[in-house]
Design a protein around this ligand. Sequence first.
Ligand code: GTB
Length: 216
Amino acid sequence: MTIVITCFEHSPDGGKGLARDTRVRWALEEVGRPYEVRGVPFPKLKEPEHLARHPFGQIPVFEEDGLVLFESGAIIFHLADRYGGLLPSDPNARSRAIMWMFAALNSVEPSILDLQNVKFAEGDKPWAADRLIVVKDRIEQRLRQLSARLGHAEWLDGEFSAGDLMMVSVLLRLKPSGMLNAFPTLAAYVERGEARPAYQRAFTAQQSFNAASAPA
Ligand code: GTB
């Protein structure tokens, strides 16, 4: 059955892989499932046709055999659960990998989103400079804690899992800020994720898609 993912017709990052379809593409590559891509122009995100697939009018959306999923975490869990290769078979190790997916989305990504909001959406507010300090502090605290837990291990808990895929995807969003540079083991962890052939294929695919759909 054909898998279709929906992403931006033109990602605002111009193909740097920062939008959330990249993590879904990466998971699809890891589990070896081919997929097609539907690009949605920004104005159409909030129109009924797209809202029927995604109630918040966002990307990514995943469709397979009548199943329609939104939320990158739910999509990647679905892929890991259905196709294997991204979750360990040992039940406890599997639960820990799922825990790391939640940790990435609930305990690490929110302050990284705040950083992007305060820089780009709220940069003109009189309180933006003060908020930036608070948000950066929160991110650094999480990076310190995560770095302490990872230590010199290759991945968060044994073999590479959906937990690492999600954590690396979230940390990648910090790359433009340079904040990872103060945490060399985390920077190396992210580089290991990026070096995976499946990530490389996903990155190239989103880059080519954005290049092909770029306005003339
Ligand atoms: N919790 C949801 C998930 O994980 O799937 C969040 C989905 C989400 O925020 N989607 C964003 C979106 O559709 C795109 S990824 N935004 C449009 C809207 O809300 O109207 C966020 C994103 C967008 C662009 C860049 N960039 O260009 O650098 C980076 C990240």
